[in-house]
Design a protein around this ligand. Structure first.
Ligand code: SAM
Length: 277
């Protein structure tokens, strides 16, 4: 199978085409089974069907990962515990349960607003894996706030709660009408941490192609795929730099499908960006 290509089809079937122990990093942002509106995927399956399907693709991801490879899975509250168990049962080793925190969650009427997604970080080997701490360090409170001489001048490894803005409908980074495009900054942290230049990064659920796009920018090889031809076409355009064409073709007046509330479009400035970085 060729590297740096976008494949159309079911991720389990496509991953089956890959040799065992061939991929350095898997990032997966599967449908969360919460009834989002995708192009041609039904995001509302019964519990057992979704659970069994998750098992199948995670087992395939385990097989194709190199012995020292890593996997990150983004998942909602509804199935985070189940995916965590599947990862452990498959043979992966737990490293972090990361919380991606964002503003502009969906407003709720009879419960607290949800402003996070889980990112489960596991490795195939318990001790040997890539963790490029120097590439992802951030300024510490000792440096920024306390001006403490004991502060490590190269900063600190980020905590396990990550604050990155979601890609709202009116953001410059936003492409097309896919219901859940991830921010490039988040993917950049993951790829820089757990792969080196020229390593192979695979995303089984390409969507708008965030993983492939970042991988290319920071000189990793990628393999990505989606079950929707429209999304595959979008990814190809994004990767080849035809971004303005994507926006022109797919912008729809009135906001977005899926996760986002139209209320958020009233804001001109993303509040997170006021105090992050
Ligand atoms: C949550 S989205 C991924 C979004 C992506 N992380 C991004 O930044 O754009 C999940 C994607 O998985 C795709 N999908 C669903 N079932 C699939 C399958 N069996 N094989 C491949 N892709 C699938 C959907 O079409 C959807 O685009």
């Amino acid at each position: 199978m060729e590297l740096n290509k976008v494949y159309l089809g079911d991720c389990i079937e496509i991953m089956k085409e890959l040799p065992s122990n061939s991929i350095d990093l898997v990032f997966a942002d599967p449908p969360f089974n919460i009834g989002l509106k995708y192009d041609n995927y039904n995001d509302k399956r019964n519990y057992k069907e979704y659970f069994d399907w998750s098992k199948k693709w995670i087992i395939e991801a385990f097989r194709i990962l190199k012995k020292e490879g890593s996997i990150y899975i983004a998942i909602g509250d509804e199935f985070a515990a189940e995916i965590n168990i599947i990862l452990k049962q498959t043979g992966f080793y737990y490293r972090n349960w990361i919380i991606w925190y964002y503003s502009f969650g969906q407003n709720q009427r009879k419960k607290f607003n949800r402003v996070h997604t889980h990112i489960l970080y596991f490795t195939k080997n318990k001790e040997k894996f890539v963790f490029n701490s120097k590439s992802i360090r951030i300024p510490s409170a000792r440096q920024l706030i306390y001006n403490d001489k004991r502060a490590n001048p190269i900063g600190k490894i980020p905590d396990d709660v990550w604050e990155f803005s979601r890609i709202c409908g009116n953001f410059k980074e936003r492409l097309g009408n896919h219901p859940c495009q991830m921010p490039e900054s988040l993917l950049e942290r993951i790829i820089k941490t757990s792969s080196n230049e020229n390593d192979i990064v695979l995303d089984p659920f390409g969507g708008t192609g965030t993983t492939a796009s970042v991988a290319k920018k920071i000189e990793r090889d990628y393999i990505t795929m989606d079950i929707s031809k429209n999304y595959c076409d979008l990814i190809k355009k994004r990767i080849s730099g035809q971004i303005s064409e994507i926006k022109r073709n797919s912008y729809q007046k009135g906001g977005d499908a899926g996760r986002e509330s139209s209320k958020m479009l009233q804001f001109k400035i993303n509040p997170i960006e006021l105090f992050v970085k």
